[in-house]
Design a protein around this ligand. Structure first.
Ligand SMILES: Nc1ncnc2c1ncn2[C@@H]1O[C@H](COP(=O)(O)OP(=O)(O)OP(=O)(O)O)[C@@H](O)[C@H]1O
Ligand SMILES: [Mg+2]
Length: 261
């Protein structure tokens, strides 16, 4: 059996800001229809890596491949149609409503100057529905709570209908109900829509429960990489986070469950 080619791959990827390199040389293959969680301490380079994979930040070296082709050989529009990105912090457009923000997600599909078309209605409706925002569609973003606003950004990313989603801390600001809903939505997108997801998470138990694979970073390097049961160990938690923890078997999910000592 030939292994499935990766949807997204980093080859000796170096990434950073200005002259400062944060990720020196990282190699990673992301298989299609998988959920990968990127974890690691603050400042370990998770967002830098994710934004460089998304071509939001320029590379310092190495290569990023999308569907087996170097990023530079795809047009910006092709990338935007294939890859949806939720940044950790986003500037709220002044005065815009939820619907207007979510409509921005349709730009890559219809071109910068085109009007919305009737066929944009279904994905817009679906994105609002899936994030529980239908009733808030007409509200201005600057009048929303932090979690509602976060869901509006997620809806915009979903409206793009890309096969690959890169999400930076998508559950931040969300209450427990909406966190669970989001993680289930991610599972549903993988299982029923063949979507590949790479997301930064701080909640290790959430990562263990919902991700197929956990990649733990420290100082821009991969410290551990594999299924949750292999990565979420006392030794890795100590090495990655300097945390003394026990790892139990979650009786509900069968996945590892981390408890700090
Ligand atoms: N715009 C920037 N300009 C300069 N340095 C930056 C910039 N953004 C991040 N850095 C630095 O790059 C390093 C990695 O930051 P990054 O945001 O990738 O970390 P992270 O793992 O996402 O952390 P967090 O969990 O806090 O979001 C940090 O030392 C940070 O100070
Ligand atoms: Mg970050």
């Amino acid at each position: 059996m030939t292994p499935t080619p990766p949807v997204l791959a980093a080859r000796d990827l170096a990434a950073g800001h200005g002259r400062r390199t944060v990720v020196p040389a990282l190699t990673l293959d992301v298989a299609p229809r998988t959920v990968t969680a990127l974890v690691g301490p603050n400042g370990s380079g998770k967002s830098t890596l994710l934004m460089t994979l998304a071509r939001v930040l320029p590379r310092h070296g190495g290569e990023v491949l999308l569907d087996g082709r170097p990023m530079g050989r795809h047009s910006s529009r092709e990338i935007a149609r294939r890859l949806g990105v939720l940044p950790q912090t986003a500037v709220v457009p002044v005065g815009a409503t939820v619907r207007e923000l979510v409509e921005q997600g349709r730009y890559p599909q219809r071109g910068p100057w085109a009007m919305l078309r009737p066929q944009d209605d279904a994905p817009l409706h679906r994105a609002l529905e899936l994030t529980g925002l239908s009733a808030l569609a007409g509200r201005r973003l600057d009048t929303l709570s932090g979690g509602e606003r976060q869901r509006a950004w997620i809806a915009m990313t979903l409206a793009q209908e890309t096969g690959v989603l890169l999400l930076d801390e998508p559950t931040t600001y969300l209450d427990v109900r909406h966190q669970i809903d989001l993680m289930r939505l991610v599972e549903h997108l993988r299982d029923d829509h063949d979507i590949t997801v790479v997301m930064v998470l701080h909640d290790l138990n959430q990562a263990a429960r919902y991700a197929d694979r956990i990649v733990a970073l420290r100082d821009g390097r991969i410290l551990a990489d594999g299924p949750p049961a292999e990565v979420l160990t006392s030794a890795t938690l100590q090495a990655a986070f300097d945390v003394d923890a026990v790892v139990l078997d979650d009786p509900v999910s069968g996945r590892p469950l981390f408890v700090a000592r």
